[in-house]
Design a protein around this ligand. Structure first.
Ligand code: HEC
Length: 200
């Protein structure tokens, strides 16, 4: 009996000690606040990336339908996206598309972006859905969102002897003599959206 009481007393001290630990509570609160911010930026960036993707996809599909694939080559270009979207305005969002195998040499990934590309590509190859990432870079919130190929993309980014028409390939070569963006299959990581947002 005495032993049981001693045990209970010790347990009471331990649990009270844990509950009253101010440092733990403080840390928890800070972490929670940080997480809420991250979720907001991640979700906001995702909305912007989705909107840009939808607009680009619409332009591309419409151009292919109207002019055919070889001529539509100039339509897979982010400059075709007007940044009038209210979210992009509100957050002064800056949208880029980057990759490790660029067609347009302006779209080459920097070191941080390349690290994310490597990770996302590994996840995708392992059957996992790559998760977006948001981090603070020089005072701005920067989100990375994977860009994955589907069958439609292969007409311009697939195997040049199998998926790409000779006329299409000739146009690609004419406009992008250093093109590295062929040889993809379906459901592969083609690149990423980089969404830079003002920190609020
Ligand atoms: C009609 C041909 C065509 C189709 C179809 C096409 N693209 Fe492209 N893609 C291009 C061209 C041309 C560029 C270079 C655009 C530029 O100058 O910024 C490009 C650039 C890109 C880039 C930017 C990086 C780079 O290499 O310059 C990404 C990412 C990309 N395409 C993804 C896709 C995805 C994903 C699909 C399918 C949903 C797709 N493309 C379908 C022609 C095409």
């Amino acid at each position: 009996m005495k032993r049981l009481l001693t045990t209970l007393a010790i347990l009471a001290v331990i649990s009270t000690g844990c509950n009253d630990e101010p440092a733990t509570n403080e840390t928890d609160t800070v972490n929670t606040a940080d997480n809420v911010e991250d979720v907001n930026y991640a979700a906001r960036g995702q909305e912007i990336a989705d909107a840009a993707k939808a607009e680009l996809g619409r332009n591309l599909v419409a151009a292919i339908k109207e002019y055919g694939v070889p001529t539509a080559v100039t339509y897979c270009n982010t400059h075709a996206i007007p940044l009038t979207d209210s979210m992009a305005k509100e957050y002064h969002a800056y949208i880029r598309r980057v990759t490790d195998k660029p067609r347009n040499p302006d779209n080459v990934a920097n070191d941080a972006e390349q690290q994310y590309i490597n990770k996302a590509r590994k996840q995708l190859a392992g059957g996992e859905q790559p998760q977006p990432e948001v981090s603070e870079i020089r005072g701005r919130m920067v989100g990375y969102y994977p860009i994955v190929t589907n069958g439609m993309c292969l007409q311009c980014h697939g195997d040049k002897d199998k998926n790409i028409l000779p006329e299409t390939y000739a146009n690609i070569q004419r406009n992008y003599p250093d093109d590295k963006a062929t040889g993809y299959g379906e459901n592969q990581l083609r690149g990423i959206w980089v969404i830079e947002m003002d920190k609020r």
